[in-house]
Design a protein around this ligand. Structure first.
Ligand SMILES: C[S@@+](CC[C@H](N)C(=O)[O-])C[C@H]1O[C@@H](n2cnc3c(N)ncnc32)[C@H](O)[C@@H]1O
Length: 252
């Protein structure tokens, strides 16, 4: 199988994971630690203003895209690999009467469908860790940003050496664990793409809170499936629970 084909299968698998019923049950529409509070904080730190054109890379179901448009009054474009995510994001913007400010495109971060310098600011939340070619992703984000524009990233990071072998599987990859790097490695990716002046903040409490919340919800889902009140096909709940527990151990 060609590398291109394998890469696009992994991207499709990642998008499918974040479009699945089980993930929606676990996380709702906001697919990153810290929720919209952290998104608002990121926008404030970046000093977003009404006249800005903002790109939300790997926007998932568009919760942050719509939130930034609502809170800062700016024009925000959300892009995601998953077609169902994009459809859900458009519906969300329409429901909130924000379709004139929050618009969406399906696409791949490794080849963004926008011209050079099209945006004043680019954000990406809990997604850089899932990108297969991080250097290409950072390069593309830099290309569509105007000179002296701002890039805002929130993401999972790891400290120390590589992750243990049991966290290197496909589920770990799409669940943002296996592809996560150190904060320094993310800075290096963006420095390599031409960015300077970095500010790094630690929000590990938000991550711990999210993982613990997922563990509680997994137990609820397991109970509902066991009682026959919920049919999710054949999700690997045991693997999900194991992953969540290992994540807590690693964060702590
Ligand atoms: C953890 S979710 C985060 C979604 C959103 N940023 C949020 O915080 O709600 C990761 C997202 O990355 C998207 N994604 C993964 N690889 C991608 C790629 N190569 N190009 C565009 N989107 C991608 C997935 O479809 C998924 O929606």
């Amino acid at each position: 199988m060609s590398k291109e084909r394998t890469d696009s299968q992994i991207k499709l698998c990642c998008a499918a994971f974040y479009q699945s019923d089980i993930v929606r049950l676990m996380l709702g529409d906001v697919l990153h630690p810290g929720g919209l509070e952290l998104t608002g904080h990121l926008g404030a730190v970046m000093g977003l203003k009404k006249t800005d054109r903002v790109l939300d890379v790997a926007c998932g179901r568009g919760a942050s895209t719509v939130h930034l448009a609502e809170r800062f009054g700016c024009q925000v474009t959300g892009l995601d690999y998953g077609a169902e995510n994009i459809a859900a994001a458009r519906a969300r913007a329409a429901e909130r009467d924000l379709a004139h400010l929050a618009t969406f495109r399906q696409g791949d971060v490794e080849g963004l469908p926008f011209y050079d310098g099209a945006f004043d600011a680019v954000i990406s939340e809990c997604s850089f860790c899932t990108f297969l070619d991080k250097a290409a992703a950072a390069r593309e984000m830099a290309r569509v940003l105007r000179p002296n524009g701002q890039m805002g990233l929130t993401d999972m990071t790891v400290r120390g050496g590589p992750l243990p072998a049991d966290l290197q599987g496909l589920l770990s990859w799409v669940a943002c664990v296996a592809g996560a790097g150190t904060p320094e490695s993310y800075v290096a990716s963006f420095r390599g793409a031409g960015f300077g002046h970095f500010t790094v903040e630690d929000h590990r409490d938000a991550l711990l809170e999210m993982v613990n919340d997922v563990r509680r919800r997994l137990l609820g889902v397991e109970l509902a499936v066991g009682l026959g009140k919920l049919d999710l096909g054949d999700p690997n709940l045991d693997e999900g629970k194991r992953l969540a527990l290992r994540a807590v151990e690693l964060i702590e």
